[in-house]
Design a protein around this ligand. Sequence first.
Ligand code: UD1
Ligand code: CA
Length: 454
Amino acid sequence: MKNLVAIILAAGQGTRMYSGLPKVLHNVAGQPMLDHVLEAVEALEPDKIYVVTGFLGEMVKEHVGKRAICVHQKRRLGTAHAVKQVVPYLKDFKGDVLITVGDAPLIRPATLQELVKRRRAHQVAATVLTTELDNPTGYGRIVRNRDGTVRKIVEEKDTNVYEAAIKEINTGIYVFDCQRLLDALDRVRNNNAQREYYLTDTVEILGKLGYEVEAMVAEDPTETLGVNSRADLARAENLLRRRIAMSVMEHGVTVIDPATTYIDKQVQIGKDTIIHPFTMITGKVDIGEECVIGPHVHIADSKVGAGSHLQFCYVQQAELGSNVTIGPYALVRPGSKIADNTRIGTFVEVTRSKIGEGCDILHLSYIGDAVIGNGVSLGTGTVTVNFDGKNKRRTVIGDNVFLGSNTQLIAPVEVESGVSFAHNAVLSGKVRAGEDPLPNAKKKEKRAKPQRKK
Ligand code: UD1
Ligand code: CA
């Protein structure tokens, strides 16, 4: 939208969070509240976005990076004082100023857009986003004039009994005509219960100056939830997760039980994938079509190819090809890349390893710092001995290698393509086809490579 700037208020410490972290950096559905608000605001493509920082301002500024201009509020004297920090940038600006609190992470871009459109269409000095709550505790109350315009906003601590009973509340999100906002800000005083300069006072001030302020009631009250405590944070988390689950389902994914499924905002899931209960998909995750995920799976910051089956496992910062099977009870750690049609089975851990196509590592194995070719089968209890107490060393295995149960790969070790041993082999250095293994190993008797079930 043209002729629009946005201000996000994010200076508060969030006293009621009892935290060392600035409130707006607390995560909801896998990303800081501030990121959710920024995303919603960015969707409107305003000319400029300002973030007012205060408590641990440097940390917030670093987090914001190039996404917005950070303006520091040295002393936190209230929301009007916070907005005042941006005034030097707005002196000659003639358009709309969208102001939103940084602790309302559920706000939708469409609602913000509608709010700007309303103010423009009705040519009022400001439009306040409000909502009706059965329990308005903690929010500023909206006092309307007879004609429906907004007379004033009364902060909870300043309400009388009649005002306290009002169910229509201020969401902390507004659009102002910039010059009217500047007029009003200059007149805000701090003669209230909290000795703060309230942005909400601008509404009554504008009225007294002869301007109109309107309210736009948000249809979905969950969108405007303000997070002031850890309990609010859990509530926001719950609401946002439901929203994400709904959207995932609308895109053709089956979520058996949204109540026990935790999907972060940056997750992509292909259609006809089924997510079973007690599953967490966190961070940046890309899952292909027709996968079966869960029960009891945690996938973090990973890629999962189409048709893969994962159950009872933890996969972090890994890349899985298509038709890969993981678990039950497997751990795939960062830096692992597992190619198509490979099966990682029960009590297997894979870390910093590249495993080729069509491999079977099905029981009780540890694979660390390895590069494994295609069609490799590693028997029960095969482990890479990759750490000599000082250094991690590499294991390289060629294509179509068959190693029986209880093989130890003493790294550095390189097993040539086509090598096969029955069981208990201890392999080190260069291992060539047709060579004897170390003394305590037996040669594998000839037998057909096991057929894989489809
Ligand atoms: C504010 C509104 C209230 C509304 C509610 C909606 C005021 C006076 N009250 O109350 O009417 O119902 O939001 O959630 O505006 N902040 C600063 N600098 C400051 C003070 C606050 O940047 O000096 C920021 C905070 O970081 C926060 C936002 O402004 O993101 C709101 O501040 P908060 O203290 O949470 O206000 P509420 O009491 O929730
Ligand atoms: Ca708040």
